[in-house]
Design a protein around this ligand. Structure first.
Ligand SMILES: Cc1ncc(C[n+]2csc(CCOP(=O)(O)OP(=O)(O)O)c2C)c(N)n1
Ligand SMILES: [Mg+2]
Length: 248
C-alpha cells in the first residue's frame, strides 16, 4: 500500500517510480500490469499476455478488468475473439456498475447481460452478484481454474453499482434516488461484515479492530508518501524502454 499511495503522489518511492500516477498505476513485479487510461485498452493486451503464458508453457492466468462501457468498444470484441480462437488462459472481468460515466447501460446496450456477448465467441461465461464477496470469489476461482487447466477463457460479469460520481466533479444527478438507495443497501463491505457476524466468525469488536488496523496502515502509507522524495529530473528518460539484448 505504501508504494501504491506514493505512486498517487508521484513520488520516487512509488511502484512506477512516480511516472505512472493514478492513470497508469501498476506493479509488474507483483503481476499487476499498469492500468491504461484508454477505456477497453487493456483487453487485447491481456489476450497478448495470455498468449505469451501459453507459448512459454507457464501455468499462469491473465486477468483483465474493465467496465460495462468498455464492452461496447472494438477492443473488447477483438480481444475476446483472439482469446477464444487460441483458447487462451485469460479471464475477462466486466465490472458492470450500471453506468459508463453518466450513461446508463440501458441506453447503450440491447443485450440484458454483458456476459451474453460471450456466446458470439463460443466462450465460457458467468455472472456474479458483484455485491457479494463470496459469490465473486467462487465464480472467479472457477474461471481461473478453468483457464489454468487449459480449458480456455471466461467472460465473467460482476453486477454492481457506482455509489458516487464518476469523478470528484460529478454530482451524479442523472441517477435516481431510488436506484442509489437500492444499491446502497447492498454495500458489499457491510453485507460481508453482517454475514461474518451472523455466522459467528467475527464479533463487532473484531470488526472494529480490523477497521482500526486498516486505517492505521492507510495513515502510515500517506505519511510515507508525503515524506518521500520527488523523482529526479535526470531520471526522466529512465524506464521508458526495456533494457535488453535484442536477439538477432
Ligand atoms: C476510448 C476512450 N473513450 C472515452 C474515454 C473517457 N472515459 C473515461 S472513463 C469513461 C467511462 C467508462 O465506463 P465503463 O467502461 O463502464 O467503466 P467504469 O468507469 O464505469 O468502471 C469514459 C467514457 C476514455 N478514457 N477512453
Ligand atoms: Mg461502468
Amino acid at each position: 500500500m505504501k508504494e501504491l499511495i506514493a505512486e498517487l503522489y508521484g513520488k520516487a518511492t512509488g511502484c512506477c517510480k512516480g511516472k505512472g500516477g493514478a492513470m497508469h498505476l501498476g506493479d509488474i513485479n507483483r503481476g499487476m500490469l499498469t492500468s491504461i487510461a484508454i477505456v477497453g485498452g487493456n483487453i487485447p493486451i491481456i489476450a497478448g499476455i495470455a498468449l505469451a503464458f501459453k507459448m512459454r508453457k507457464e501455468s499462469r492466468v491473465a486477468v483483465s478488468f474493465f467496465g460495462d462501457g468498455a464492452s461496447n468498444e472494438g477492443t473488447f470484441h477483438e480481444g475476446l475473439n483472439l482469446a477464444s480462437i487460441y483458447n487462451l488462459p485469460a479471464v475477462f472481468v466486466c465490472e458492470n456498475n450500471t453506468y459508463g460515466a453518466s450513461t446508463s447501460v440501458k441506453k447503450v446496450m440491447k443485450v440484458k447481460n454483458v456476459a451474453d456477448r460471450a456466446c458470439a465467441y463460443v466462450m465460457r461465461s458467468d455472472i456474479a452478484d458483484g455485491m457479494n464477496v463470496l459469490d465473486v470469489y467462487y465464480k472467479t476461482k472457477a474461471a481461473v481454474d478453468f483457464a489454468r487447466n487449459g480449458s480456455g477463457p471466461t467472460l465473467l460479469e460482476l453486477k454492481t453499482f457506482r455509489l458516487c460520481g464518476h469523478s470528484r466533479r460529478d454530482p451524479n444527478n442523472y441517477m435516481t434516488d431510488e436506484e442509489k438507495k437500492y444499491w446502497k443497501a447492498r454495500d458489499p463491505i457491510n453485507l460481508f461484515q453482517d454475514l461474518l457476524i451472523k455466522e459467528k466468525i467475527l464479533d463487532n469488536k473484531d470488526i472494529e479492530k480490523i477497521r482500526d488496523q486498516v486505517e492505521r496502515k492507510i495513515d502510515e502509507s500517506l505519511e510515507f508518501a508525503e515524506n518521500s522524495p520527488d523523482p529526479k529530473p535526470e531520471d526522466t528518460y529512465e524506464d521508458l524502454y526495456v533494457t535488453m539484448e535484442v536477439p538477432r
